[in-house]
Design a protein around this ligand. Sequence first.
Ligand SMILES: Nc1nc2c(c(=O)[nH]1)N[C@H]1C(S)=C(S)[C@@H](COP(=O)(O)O)O[C@H]1N2
Ligand SMILES: [Mo]
Length: 207
Amino acid sequence: MEVFRQVAAAFGRRGVPKGMEDRVPPGQYVTPKMPVMSMWPTPHIDLATWRLRLFGEVERETELTWAEWETLAQIEVTADFHCVTQWSRLNVGWEGVPASRVLELAQPKASARFVMLHCYDGYAANIDIDALRSPDVLFAHRMDGAPLEGQHGGPLRLVVPSRYGWKSAKWVSGVEFLTEDSPGFWEELGYHMRGDPWREERFRGWR
Ligand SMILES: Nc1nc2c(c(=O)[nH]1)N[C@H]1C(S)=C(S)[C@@H](COP(=O)(O)O)O[C@H]1N2
Ligand SMILES: [Mo]
């Protein structure tokens, strides 16, 4: 065991730059480059027909066009990204519209406590509304100072730093408001309903 301790001391824990140990959740390894993790090929999305639909348990259903989306005030967020397959990338730069603003536009009913993100590739992910209210959660259309690449979810993706990466839905087409939690694509296959990397909530029944 002593040899492992010495190696860890010399090279840093799990690829983590010195002094950033507290930024990396249990069981994660730091990667310098953002990998691409997609279930299916990148969908072709035309901005002229792109829509973001806010529906379900809301006061009034809303559908935004890209032109309308571009009028919304933007924020910049620098956040760490943690994939359940154990890679973490530190300091990803995002620009977009805060999720709190999207909630304002949607006007969810008091009974709405969860959302399902729907995506142009057929993917879906569930998340609790309270997680979306965090100031570091945004619908991003720029990444690291450039327009969000198609393979990373462009034109628009969700970014939820406090959850494993699978909740950060790419190519978002709709936000459905729900009264009860309901499993998305990976949750249906046994991934955790919440997916907090700090509690290592990878799979259901495991934590
Ligand atoms: N629509 C959609 N969103 C998705 C995925 C996907 O396959 N389809 N993969 C998820 C997973 S598992 C991760 S880790 C992140 C990866 O984002 P990246 O490809 O930009 O690194 O996107 C998530 N969002
Ligand atoms: Mo992932």
